[in-house]
Design a protein around this ligand. Structure first.
Ligand SMILES: O=C(O)C(=O)C[C@@H](O)[C@H](O)CO
Ligand SMILES: [Mg+2]
Length: 382
């Protein structure tokens, strides 16, 4: 079998799909994208794709290593997202050619269903309890929300109390009937993180995500010594070579690689295994579309340390497009009390509706995240 064509489709709400065609008619789908830099990743995919035409798609490991190592410069969000989408599509092709789900090619199921969580609250957390109640009614009991809005490098007791009040309202209304992760989203500085985390201890969040920016990862062990709340991170780390330092230094309890940013299934299954050696839980990051989610689930289904899966249905970013819009077999992501059961179809197990992809790609939005500013005009972390 040989690769004959790569085609990218930028799509609402802010995603990009990659179709890889072969000379035997088997097609694989991937989702290479960095939210807000879709066109940049698209250029990287086109450049990398030129070297793939005529190659044997079954040689996933050699293609991965060559794409990673052959251009001297390596790593980072753009190149690793391009490799991720290509890798996902190659695993899809391999599974389809052999007639088995990708997880079968990775050693088979370690569990029958995977627990997921739902986002609530949006960019500026609001209506949290009401949104949680609606999702509880359809079986969810675990959620994630932004922990705060803009936060100064050093901020006031008033700013901290605003966060504490909002989180306190959740426990007042729902007690311990639910669990929630707080995503600091990189908005909180190293000086401010311990101050804020200390005040949030009484509410026992399931984890604090990106308590500081990924480039401040050396603070994770120090923060971990000062709090009982598990620290989670990973969406802005892009290869084993980044994660190894964070694992070795300690402090991380939950690792959240993004299957569409960190080199795809080939890389993330290795990251998951490295994490297991440090007794770190796996909770893949996935605010994206159906191919990314399916790729996460295949890694979840072969990783014993997988504990929670992010999925983007109803997330505030999905304006103008939803996970199932592009999927024919929509029941593949059916929730059973917040869990998704193992896919049974070959490859990634998601039947992409190519007509909808073609139609919706005609006027894809050029999504970029908002640029926030502090009251004094300085740019703020979004
Ligand atoms: O889902 C999460 O945990 C996020 O932090 C969302 C963030 O990754 C946005 O997708 C960036 O545009
Ligand atoms: Mg996050």
């Amino acid at each position: 079998m040989k690769i004959t064509k790569l085609t990218t489709y930028r799509l609402p709400p802010r995603w990009m799909f990659l179709k890889i065609e072969t000379d035997e008619g088997i097609v694989g789908w991937g989702e290479p994208v960095i939210e807000g830099r879709a066109r940049t990743v698209e250029t990287a995919v086109v450049e990398m794709g030129e070297s793939l035409i005529g190659q044997d798609p079954s040689r996933i490991n050699d293609i991965w290593q060559t794409l990673y190592r052959s251009n001297f410069y390596r790593g980072g969000p753009i190149l690793m997202s391009a490799i991720a989408g290509i890798d996902q599509a190659l695993w899809d092709i391999k599974g389809k050619a052999l007639g088995v789900p990708v997880y079968q090619l990775l050693g088979g199921l370690v569990r029958d269903k995977m627990k997921t969580y739902s986002w609530v609250g949006g960019d500026r957390p609001s209506d949290i309890v009401e949104q949680m109640k609606k999702l509880m009614a359809v079986g969810f009991d675990t959620f994630k929300m932004n922990g705060c809005e803009e936060m100064g490098i050093v901020d006031s007791a008033r700013a901290v109390d605003t966060v504490v009040k909002k989180i306190g309202e959740i426990r007042d209304a729902l007690g311990n009937s639910i669990d929630f992760g707080l995503d600091f989203h990189g908005r909180v500085s190293a000086p401010m993180a311990p101050v804020l985390i200390k005040e949030l201890e009484p509410f026992r969040p399931l984890f604090i995500e990106e308590p500081v920016l990924a480039e401040q990862a050396e603070y994770y062990p120090r923060l971990a010594e000062r709090t009982f709340i598990p620290i989670a991170a990973g969406e802005r780390m892009f290869s084993r070579f980044e994660f190894k330092r964070v694992f070795a230094q300690g402090g991380l309890s939950i690792v959240q690689p993004d299957l569409s940013h960190a080199g795809g299934i080939t890389e993330c299954v290795k990251i998951a295994s490295m994490a297991e050696a440090y007794d770190i839980a796996l909770a893949p990051h996935c605010p994206l579309g159906p191919i990314a989610l399916a790729s996460c689930l295949h890694v979840d289904f072969v990783s014993r340390n997988a504990v929670l899966q992010e999925q983007s249905m109803g997330i505030h970013y999905n304006q103008g497009g939803e996970v199932n819009d592009y999927v024919r077999n929509k029941d593949v992501f059916k929730f059973d009390k917040g869990h998704i059961h193992a896919m049974t179809g070959p490859g990634l197990g998601v039947d992409i509706d190519e007509e909808v992809v073609l139609e919706r790609s005609r006027n894809a939005p050029d999504w970029h995240n908002p640029v926030w500013r502090h009251p004094d005009g300085a740019v703020a972390e979004w």
